[in-house]
Design a binder for this molecule. Structure first.
Ligand SMILES: CC(C)(COP(=O)(O)OP(=O)(O)OC[C@H]1O[C@@H](n2cnc3c(N)ncnc32)[C@H](O)[C@@H]1OP(=O)(O)O)[C@@H](O)C(=O)NCCC(=O)NCCS
Length: 254
């Protein structure tokens, strides 16, 4: 029976995945994720066909299953030019060999959680990405309601760069996703001086519009009641436009 914390402090080791992990890998994915993966995916994972993975096992287990995996991370290399985060990266566009590491799945069996196992697995991924000089970042998607995973990646210093509306379709329902990025080798895109200037200009334009609307409202305080309502709705529209304008003008990697 799996009760590591109650029985003893487990001794966890990390190793590459093997074909013999196939069955348990499929079982854990089915238990942890709302998305169903094809058999082909698991075969690619355990055979290392285009997918690089690490697994955790508890070698101090008392039930003899010392080599059975209790945590895993699966990743794939994606060329920068084929990724959706090209605009968030600083890289030499003339070089066609620039890559990213994409985390496909990460999971830890429930009774082994909060022991730092996912932290160690993701550190392996970051180490792997850092070992490739042409790699610019590690990135991944998390379904918007998965608070433990969101907290986990924030704690690991991944940057939340985007919210993608209706990215997932699970059991007949659409869900947003968050896009997290961990930059390596100076891959982080920073705003150019012109972009910073236009963001500042957009901010002051919005501020000016808001102040002039306020001023107009004060001047028209003596107007009949119906006229005031009209002004209130105009002010709302003006303010909303300002917020949108300022957001669009700033870097998205904040
Ligand atoms: C997310 C997950 C991989 C974390 O694994 P783990 O081994 O427990 O994580 P670690 O022990 O390394 O890190 C713990 C940190 O994760 C976050 N975390 C874990 N569980 C959490 C929870 N229930 N609520 C909020 N934050 C949580 C916290 O930041 C925590 O740090 P803290 O204890 O200092 O607050 C694990 O909960 C899991 O397998 N979930 C199901 C599958 C999944 O959602 N995978 C990620 C999407 S691909």
């Amino acid at each position: 029976m799996l009760e590591p914390r109650a029985a003893h402090r487990p001794t966890i080791i990390y190793r590459p995945i093997r074909p013999s992990d196939l069955e348990i890998l499929e079982q854990i994915h089915a238990a942890l994720f709302p998305i169903r993966y094809e058999r082909e995916f698991f075969l690619d994972v355990v055979n290392g066909h285009g997918i690089v993975s690490w697994v955790a096992v508890d070698i101090s287990r008392l039930d003899g299953q010392n080599d059975e995996l209790i945590g895993f991370v699966t990743t794939r290399i994606i060329p920068v030019t084929e990724s959706e985060i090209e605009d968030l990266l600083r890289y030499d566009a003339s070089r066609k060999d620039q890559i990213l590491v994409y985390i496909l799945t990460l999971g830890v069996v429930e009774c082994y959680r909060n022991l730092g196992i996912a932290t160690s697995l993701v550190r392996e991924v970051i180490k792997y990405a850092s070992s490739m000089p042409n790699c610019r970042a590690v990135y991944l998607h998390v379904i918007a309601y998965n608070q433990p995973a969101i907290s986990f990646y924030k704690k690991m210093l991944f940057k939340l760069v985007r919210r993608l509306p209706n990215f997932y379709y699970v059991q007949g329902q659409h869900y947003d996703s968050y896009l997290f990025v961990f930059y390596v080798h100076g891959g982080r895109y920073t705003c150019s001086p012109q972009e910073i200037m236009s963001a500042v200009a957009a901010y002051f334009r919005g501020l000016f519009r808001m102040l002039s609307a306020k001023l107009r409202r004060n001047e028209e305080k003596s107007l009949p009641r119906w006229s005031k309502y009209k002004e209130t709705s105009t002010l709302l529209v003006t303010q909303n436009k300002r917020i949108l304008g300022a957001e669009n003008a700033t870097c998205q990697s904040g």
